[in-house]
Design a protein around this ligand. Sequence first.
Ligand SMILES: [Cu+2]
Length: 157
Amino acid sequence: MQWRGVVSCLRITVVSLSVMIGLGLPWAGWAWAASAPAQLPAETLTIHLGTAAGALRFEPDYLEFVAGQRYKLMLDNPSNQKHYFTAKDFADAVWSQKVEAGNVEIKGAIHELELKPGAQAEWVFIPQKSGLYELHCSIAGHAEAGMMGQIEVKAPV
Ligand SMILES: [Cu+2]
């Protein structure tokens, strides 16, 4: 609870600073806003697609974001079969900066990710629209067996 309080305070401080910059130094404020999105500090979250024991589920199966904040979502597949991270409405509601996997960095819109056994990927994005979105694995039978989840994007405080 205390931690949440500190976070809200920090958010209010950041908003106040932005407002002050915007009002006091219009040109500096404009330049800051124009270059900001890709440089905002990123909060890191992790999601596992499947489990080492072979369970068909996402861990965790609920992710929460705040619109306008930058995130680095670390995806991995600890199981011995491939899985998908399919959340099309969510993907349409975010600005994707990049996906990094192995030595490859992919820029631009992302719709779905497939992770082979043992694979890892990092997806950097900024959610744009609040809402409750569904997540599932699109391999036949996996969603039915429980490989589903929810992604909530909250409006900025
Ligand atoms: Cu799956």
